[in-house]
Design a protein around this ligand. Structure first.
Ligand code: FAD
Length: 449
């Protein structure tokens, strides 16, 4: 462990955020609004590291006609502070589209429009972030036998920088999930690669795509590839009987409410499991009804016209995927009859979901000071603070990866505005009012080492 030594310590912040996706952009905004309200003594200093070169939210899936699956009112701020200047409505006003949006009478903006909103909001707080900086290590810094700070090392094109934190907020998001043993490549994609890779096919006259999965992303890939390549077949392969609709009905939607987090958090383990079983279909392995109907309309129309190029292999799975320089050879196996169908394709796309990035993986030896439950899952308090041994004085907060403790909103946008307010309150509550705790030594970017 590093010891605090006299000399030239790294810049110290009350909070360092890892990742600058919507969760930590919202965190930066909450801090900014807090700092604007309070006197200089109560200012919370913060810095964020983001590995992407600029703000980007699931860029590979910014399909031009895809819409949000959450109301625009669940933006980065509104549920916490409806008068915030960082709201989606303020964004619309600044773009001169407020009245047009009102006339649109729609709660679900285009995904590209919400991306633009996120970018606009992130730019307003970009004095707090270093883009192109991937956090590669977190090391505890001891003072009198307790961990007083965490040293966060980030790697950029120019080398390594180290900043020192009293609190960490880990918002590293989701990572694409591929089936066991399948590697991503030029012809084998995860759906998150779609827009980054698809342009390279332009002019190559692809004849066949295979898309694996029955969730929203898989269905969007099927629809997109079918539309974009009118000469190609698209084969959807999934183990369900058919696409299942996302339950976005009024009462079920309450599972995303701030109060639902309280209830979920306090519920016994078996009730938590039941709630996920009952209401997983608000989010997981489900598809918007409009998209289901659109796909069905297309397949029926092709049947009528006798030009069938959209195919659905239900109750099936894809096996034996082998890539050659020109094609991907794969086999569809019926789970009912065991019948095998060979499918050669230009590209196989896996719409097989995402896993939460394991935030604690970055913590190195500090992870050993964090408590885990009987199933090895990280223990997290109601305020999103990781339960740790007393020897760790710093706060480690999780934005994401808390579905087992806080419920289904863990990886979603629905509760971000409220969650960052709760994290900020927790940090403020735990900061001694008139303390002899050392205040920030410097601000800004640390030295390259
Ligand atoms: C295609 C798609 C559409 C979605 N649409 C919706 C929707 O409509 N409604 C909804 O509620 N949810 C939606 N989601 C869920 C999604 O998780 C949230 O929208 C949102 O991305 C969560 O924000 P986040 O900041 O927690 O994570 P992310 O957006 O994943 O951001 C995490 C950030 O951390 C960065 N990072 C990771 N590791 C490091 C590191 N070591 N160092 C530095 N930076 C790092 C990443 O580059 C990334 O920018 C969607 C997800 C996908 C994939």
């Amino acid at each position: 462990m590093a010891q605090v030594l006299p000399g030239d310590p790294p810049p110290v912040h009350d909070l360092i955020g890892i990742g600058f996706g919507p969760s930590n952009v919202a965190m930066a905004i909450a801090l900014s609004e807090h700092n604007a309200r309070v006197g200089r003594q109560e200012t919370v200093t913060a810095h964020f590291f983001e590995r992407q070169p600029a703000f980007g939210w699931h860029r590979g899936m910014l399909i031009d006609d895809a819409t949000m699956q959450v109301s625009f009112l669940k933006d980065l701020v509104t549920l916490r502070n409806p008068t915030s200047e960082y709201s989606f409505l303020s964004y619309l006003q600044s773009k001169g589209r407020l009245i047009d949006f009102v006339n649109h009478k729609n709660f679900f903006p285009l995904r590209t429009e919400f991306h633009d909103y996120f970018e606009w909001a992130a730019a307003k707080v970009d004095d707090m972030v270093s883009y192109g900086h991937e956090v590669v290590a977190v090391e505890p810094v001891l003072r009198d036998g307790v961990v007083e700070y965490l040293d966060v090392t980030a790697r950029s094109r120019d080398g390594l920088v180290v900043h020192r934190a009293r609190n960490l907020v880990i918002g590293t998001g989701l990572r694409p999930r591929m089936p066991e043993g399948v590697e991503r490549s030029e012809r084998i994609w995860h759906n998150s690669d779609l827009l980054a890779k698809v342009d390279a096919l332009e002019g190559t006259d692809p004849s066949r795509f295979v898309v694996v999965g029955a969730g929203q992303s898989a269905a969007e890939n099927v629809a997109y590839l079918h539309r974009r390549f009118p000469g190609a077949e698209v084969h959807a392969v999934f183990s369900r009987y058919g696409y299942s609709p996302a339950d976005d009905s009024n009462f079920a939607n309450r599972i995303f409410d701030p109060e639902a987090v309280d209830e979920y958090f306090t519920a016994p383990e078996d009730v938590k499991r039941k709630l996920m079983d009952y209401h997983g279909n608000t989010n997981y392995s489900v598809v918007d009804t409009d998209l289901i109907e659109d796909l069905y309309r297309r397949v029926y129309q092709e049947k009528v016209l006798g030009t069938e190029r959209l195919h659905f292999h239900n109750v099936s799975r894809l096996t034996g995927v082998v890539e050659t320089p020109e094609r991907v050879h794969a086999t569809v196996v019926s789970l009912v009859t065991g019948e095998q169908t060979a499918l050669d394709a230009d590209v196989v796309v896996y719409g097989t979901g995402y896993l939460p990035a394991d935030g604690l993986a970055l913590l190195g030896e500090t992870a050993g000071l964090c408590h885990r439950d009987d199933e090895g899952r990280v223990r997290v308090e109601r305020d999103y603070r990781v339960a740790t041994r007393p020897a760790l004085r710093c706060g480690i907060y999780l934005q994401g990866g808390t579905e087992h403790t806080h419920g289904i909103t863990s990886s979603l946008l629905s509760n971000i505005a409220i969650r960052v307010g709760e994290i900020l309150d927790s940090i403020l509550d735990r900061t001694p009012a008139s303390s002899d705790a050392p205040r920030p030594l410097t601000d800004g970017i640390g030295t390259v080492r």
